[in-house]
Design a protein around this ligand. Structure first.
Ligand code: HEC
Length: 209
């Protein structure tokens, strides 16, 4: 009897060791690339852990900010400036960074995000998501109205209009070069096209008059 138990135990340990070797082998074989999509086991385990880590107090919390057009607008501006790099203006996550991060930012217009409670979304914005690219925003504390306005805007994502989306593009962060180009363009359109005349050129030597 004792021997039988010992043999079964040894078999289980051996199986576990083989399973580990197999999994580690697969990870090394695939590399740690962020191009892959997480598998079902990995994403359901990670999602369950994320879920369990948000306290019940937040899960039932409702947005204390009245969802007025002004609140949504403020959330929208904030989103365009701080969140759209990864999440895109329309929340699809289809951006240069979003497409190749691991895990990918979800399409926040879809049910998976929209059925989360206000408090869960708020908690995620404030605390970030460990082992993912999602940063923690705002100082710790419960009265961060900016984050609640972002929650209001996330609720508005599924009905975001095309003109709203275009308006957001002006708020998206720009590189100094893009800003310079835009300024030049504006100057040009305003008729003060002084582009190359007043500015030093990178190749020395005099400009021909
Ligand atoms: C550097 C990239 C990056 C930036 C910037 C970023 N996020 Fe995220 N965000 C992510 C990623 C990646 C996830 C997915 C995490 C996961 O799968 O667990 C995520 C997830 C979320 C979620 C959870 C969605 C869900 O369905 O569970 C919310 C809410 C969120 N982000 C809000 C924001 C807000 C608001 C901002 C701006 C203030 C922001 N994020 C900025 C990368 C980013």
């Amino acid at each position: 009897m004792q021997r039988k138990i010992m043999i079964s135990l040894a078999a289980i340990v051996l199986l576990a060791v083989f399973a580990c070797i197999f999994l580690v082998g697969q990870m090394i074989h695939r590399g740690f690339s962020t191009r892959e999509q997480p598998g079902v086991v990995e994403s359901s385990l990670a999602t369950a852990m994320r879920d369990a880590a948000i306290s019940a107090r937040y899960k039932t919390m409702k947005n204390p900010v009245a969802v007025t057009p002004e609140a949504i607008q403020e959330g929208m501006d904030h989103w365009a400036d701080h969140c759209a790099t990864c999440h895109a203006n329309n929340g699809s996550g289809d951006t240069m960074y979003g497409r190749t991060m691991y895990p990918r930012p979800p399409d926040m217009r879809q049910n998976d995000t929209q059925r989360k409670s206000d408090g869960e979304l708020y908690w995620t914005i404030k605390n970030g998501v460990r082992l993912s690219g999602m940063p923690a925003f705002g100082a710790p504390g419960d009265d961060d109205m900016d984050s609640w306005k972002l929650v209001a805007f996330i609720r508005h994502l599924p009905s975001l209009s095309q003109s709203e989306e275009q308006g957001m593009e002006k708020m998206n962060p720009k590189s100094p070069q893009e800003m310079e180009e835009e300024q030049e363009e504006e100057n040009f359109l305003n008729g003060s096209a002084t582009r190359s005349q007043s500015q030093p050129t990178h190749h020395h030597g005099k400009e021909t008059p």
